[in-house]
Write a protein that binds this ligand. Sequence first.
Ligand code: NAP
Ligand code: G4F
Length: 340
Amino acid sequence: MAKKRALITGITGQDGSYLAELLLAKDYTVYGLIRRSSTFNRARIEHLYLDSMRKDAHAAPTDIKLVYGDLNDASSLNHIIQQTKPDEIYNLGAQSHVRISFDVPEFTCDVTALGALRLLEALRETGHQCRFYQASSSEMYGKVVETPQTETTPFHPRSPYACAKVFAHWITINYRESYGQFACGGILFNHESPRRGENFVTRKITRAVGRISHGLQAKLYLGNLDAKRDWGFAGDYVEAMWRMLQQDEPDDYVIATGETHSVREFLEYAFGRVNLDYQQYVEVDPKYYRPAEVDLLLGDPTKAKQKLDWSPQVTFKELVEMMVDHDLKLAEKEARDKQG
Ligand code: NAP
Ligand code: G4F
């Protein structure tokens, strides 16, 4: 049987790297859309090339291929779809930072909202048949109208990012209903890992714990410590994305742990791992406050459990420990390099 082909937008990001790993292990040929940047930004996927070049490797170097394109450039998307002919597309590309979306609202909407539309249009125009995954977000619930949030909870977005994600989510559903496109919206709650971008709160904290432990940093400046999030492990969440596209019918699913914790609790666990009291190191800087905040997110993953047979494997405490332990090693190396 011919190998399956998947196209991932956002392959250089946290989720893209875990998803590429998962699909290569399932014997897919993986195409990753990358955009040109002035500095090399493939650190999260570099190991996939190195692994595939090992003699005993399961994946061949040709199993992962990067193609230049941009979600802001419709012609590049049309061309890539015709060139790669994927069986599955995972649209993970986005300007994904909520606070920064207030600084660059138009750019955020162009990539995050219209990017999804451009991909769906490229599929319609080329007539290429394939399954489509849209990376929807719990940020869409924003000022929540019910807790826990389910697939039927109404949206109340609180940032340009969240507004863009609502558009992308609904246009995905619209193409499913209008054109019979096999398209799924995965409403994923926050998910983290040692590969999380360093300006998201969890990684900012665990990087600081590592650096403070090794005498490389004195203080950690944060914004709202009372916000609550439903935090899971990114490696578990990409499995759910794949499962959505293996179903007989396309649908939308909430992917979450069903537990919520405050930023403060994350701090307690993370600093506690190295026997430090976070209160001695953390200071609040209002510059990290958002013009409108999302106070509480808590997802109900019952539908995913029942229909996808999916459940999270990593607990909140294990996630914090995994991230702190990784960042302790990183800081140890940084300290060694500094000493020469
Ligand atoms: P991330 O680490 O910020 O990665 C974003 C990816 O999008 C990067 O590969 C980035 O490429 C790419 N990208 C940005 N602008 C692009 C453009 N114009 N054209 C093509 N690619 C572009 O995000 P993540 O945490 O992996 O999240 C993956 C997706 O899930 C995002 O859509 C995010 O909004 C959504 N989501 C994330 C979470 C979460 O908790 N992580 C929860 C719900 C939904 P560069 O490397 O070149 O910048
Ligand atoms: O880590 P955050 O920046 O994640 P946020 O805003 O929840 O968004 C992430 O999860 C979404 C899913 O719900 C994704 F769609 C989105 O792409 C992204 O991956 O902030 C979490 C909370 C916020 O309430 C924020 O106000 O932490 C609070 N916070 C407090 N101090 C901070 C900081 N956030 C950041 N980034 N930096 C701080 O210094």
